[in-house]
Design a protein around this ligand. Sequence first.
Ligand code: CMX
Length: 133
Amino acid sequence: MNKIEHIGIAVNDLFKACDIYEKLLGTACYKQELVESENVNTAFFKVGENKIELLSSTTEDSAIAKFLAKKGEGIHHIAFDVTDIYAEMARLKAEGFILLNEEPKKGADNKLICFVHPKGTNGVLVELCQEIS
Ligand code: CMX
């Protein structure tokens, strides 16, 4: 894995959260994107080389809606940049990690993504991201 690509934060209200994070980081959100496959609305901020992704749910039964209902707002996942997502998925599978999708899928911000179950990673949901060139 190359570096932390972004940290995902689950929020109840994307508009209000954007306002808070714009003030906190002193910079405007550079991208808002609806990810229909995940039932989320996202907003991205750049902090130096790093990114923060705010996520709100668009349905009552999405992964984000479930997370918010159970744990409330807060850090939802850590995403790692990878060069070859297929190779990284195969490596993690061989190491016994539980991949939440068999094939990479299209995620926000022009990425191929795959999630790793938090049960095998000390309670942290991990995302692999490969930039689509
Ligand atoms: N971080 C840490 N733990 C989490 C978690 C998260 N984000 N989401 C759920 N969990 C915990 C649950 O609280 C539960 O814990 P307990 O067993 O102690 O009660 C455990 O994981 C397993 O939960 P589950 O009932 O088996 O499954 P859920 O229906 O809660 O689904 C998960 C959990 C991770 C499998 C599901 O959220 C998932 O598939 N996530 C990947 C997709 C995703 O998160 N999409 C939204 C982001 C999209 C984007 O970034 O664009």
